[in-house]
Ligand binder design. Structure first.
Ligand code: ADP
Length: 587
């Protein structure tokens, strides 16, 4: 959050009239909607959310205990904005972009005091600026004028801000600069610094959205293989407590092939976020071998932090994502969990005594959710380039009941749905993504990518797996009534193939060094090995071999070891050969 530098220029201070949790009203405040204000003697940061005559309502981003009527309210005259510039990667922020490590240093404790502020990016640090245009070149909004190495992984493009006019470059040079120093001057009189501010509630301008045709490769078999997400797509992960939402989100943050990851820990328990904060800085990026944090920005807003800051953290995160998108990057944003965000909206709405909608959520819940997911997409940029934001929101429906308003409203918007299942989690089938309930509407548009980059029969092989799993689902009902042995022999075999699909392919252990990430080629070949088993087994059956003998061959259980096999290519070759040999030997 940017410091309000010119509080002095605003002369009209208001006075607190009432305080109700995070909601404060003030009189005599000269303010506009969404202005940032400083509340009370301690100067707690807040935002104007309602104005009625002389009465202004403010949501306060810090604890308000001890704040009382009569204390002053100062308006900064600025909307809630983020500071955008080099230094955001490898940072950990709270919901209003205060860097947690800087605050911690300031205060000497992880428990943030109130009224403490710090700029979102380091104003003193010198960055090595390398121009990419020359004097005399014409530049327009969104164009890059130069680049700084933000981290070992990320080149940070210094762009003409979208609200500038642009013009000819009249002066530019390489050298060391702080983010506030001017690195280029334009004929329009405009000066370009390495940082810019942007109001969080307003999407950064972009051109048209394009149809996404590339998958966000996640390295997770069930997601890449059955329910793929597009780069620029939207996905939701609903699931009850303990079903694996956080692990799934973290797997995506670690392994997906996005250039930039913005991870929002929104209202989850503090210890879960601590895990992320401690874990991530240690992890290497599988694509580059560099630290994972070199392409990651964490926004932490745990359940013990004030509720209003939880409302804002989603907007802070998506604005940061848009800024990197504008550089032409593919950004992935994870929000864990959007339910906690919706609950923050509900709490503030009820303090405002607004007319409640379904289950007490504000009537604008659906609009707020769709506004957020709407900021995802594969975009044409205002500078003519392309960039994308993929958004993955976890949803934690109370009691795992998917009919509640947040899940239902999210379902109407997102195009990929990874439904986590408490029963699967209980049986230790992870990721507990239910293959009957989940879906991806991107499947068809992504198939050409998989087919030209991984295997020509990708879609066909997937369809085979889907059909087997569907058939298993139907057969299960009969099995429950009459037992497996009453089934015809071919159906018994199908059940065995489906079991390998579930146990050897869909299950994937996030905690295993090798299995945690599965490249698309391996996902494809593992499925191919199970299909080889299927084809060879049915040939044997046709030749008169009894099913028990078929399922008993030594090579079959080896299928379960494919996921954890490091030299998987050779391992799978071997299994396929053994399966053929052993099954053909039976007849
Ligand atoms: P939630 O966020 O839905 O409450 P978590 O993500 O914390 O649930 O998952 C609960 C537990 O389930 C984890 O601590 C882990 O032991 C297990 N788990 C979840 N997903 C996986 C996975 N992909 N591989 C292995 N274990 C998993």
């Amino acid at each position: 959050m940017s410091q309000a530098e010119d509080i002095e220029s605003v002369d009209e201070d208001g006075v607190i009239e009432s305080v109700s949790g995070p909601v404060v009203t003030a009189t005599d405040l000269d303010a506009r909607m969404n202005d940032v204000v400083y509340v009370g003697d301690e100067g707690l940061m807040g935002e104007v959310i309602e104005i009625e005559g002389n009465l202004t309502t403010i949501q306060v981003y810090e604890e308000t205990s001890g704040v009382g009527p009569g204390e002053p309210v100062q308006n900064t005259g600025e909307p809630l904005s983020v500071d955008l510039g080099p230094g955001m990667m490898d940072s950990i922020y709270d919901g209003v972009q205060r860097p947690l490590d800087v605050l911690e240093d300031k205060m000497g404790t992880a428990f943030l005091d109130r009224g403490v502020d710090a700029p979102g990016i380091d104003l003193e640090k010198q960055w090595e600026f390398e121009p990419t245009v020359e004097e005399g070149d014409a530049v327009e909004p969104g164009d890059a004028v130069g680049v700084v190495e933000e981290t070992v992984t990320i080149d940070h493009k210094v762009m003409v801000p979208p609200d500038y006019e642009g013009g000819e470059v009249t002066s530019i040079e390489s050298g060391e600069f702080t983010v506030e120093e001017t690195v280029a001057e334009l004929s329009s009189g405009e000066e370009i610094q390495m940082h810019q501010e942007w109001p969080v509630r307003e999407a950064r301008p972009a051109g048209d959205k394009e149809t996404p045709t590339e998958p966000l490769v996640t390295g997770q078999r069930v997601q890449d293989g059955l329910f793929p997400l597009a780069k620029g797509g939207t996905a939701a992960i609903p699931g009850p407590f303990g079903s694996g939402k956080t692990v799934t989100q973290q797997q995506l943050a670690k392994w997906s092939d996005a250039d930039i990851v913005v991870y929002i820990g929104c209202g989850e328990r503090g210890n879960e976020m601590t895990e992320v904060i401690e874990d991530f800085p240690e992890l290497p990026d599988p694509q580059t071998g560099n630290p994972l944090m070199a392409r990651t920005c964490l926004i932490a807003n745990t359940s013990n932090m004030p509720v209003a800051a939880r409302e804002s953290c989603i907007y802070t995160g998506i604005t940061i994502a848009e800024y990197y998108r504008d550089m032409g990057y593919d950004v992935a944003l994870m929000a864990d969990s959007t339910s906690r965000w919706a609950e923050a909206m509900r709490e503030i709405s009820s303090r405002l005594e607004e007319m409640p909608g379904e289950e007490g959520y504000p009537a604008y819940l659906a609009a707020a959710l769709s506004e957020f997911y709407e900021r995802a997409g594969k975009f044409q940029l205002i500078n003519g380039g392309e960039g994308s934001i993929s958004v993955v929101g976890a949803v934690s429906p109370p009691g795992g009941d998917f009919s509640e308003p947040v899940t239902q409203n999210t379902l109407r918007i997102v195009k990929t749905f990874w439904a986590l299942d408490a029963d699967l989690a209980e049986r230790r089938h992870f990721p507990s993504i239910n293959w009957n309930e989940s879906y991806s509407l991107y499947k068809d548009q992504l198939d050409p990518w998989w087919e030209s980059n991984v295997a020509g029969d990708w879609a066909e092989t997937r369809q085979w797996a889907v059909d087997v799993l569907d058939e298993e689902d139907e057969l299960q009902e009969i099995v429950q009534l009459v037992g497996k042995d009453a089934l015809p022999e071919d159906q018994q075999l199908t059940l065995e193939v489906a079991r390998y699909l579930r146990e050897a392919w869909l299950q994937q252990n996030a905690l295993h060094d090798v299995d945690t990430y599965c490249e698309p080629e391996k996902t494809y070949r593992m499925l191919g090995a199970i299909k080889t088993f299927n084809d060879e087994a049915f040939d044997a059956l046709e030749a008169g071999v009894p099913p028990e003998e078929i399922t008993d061959v030594d090579a079959a259980p080896q299928l379960n070891r494919m996921g954890t096999a490091e030299e998987w290519d050779e391992f799978i070759d071997e299994i396929e050969n053994d399966l053929k040999e052993q099954l053909r030997a039976l007849y």
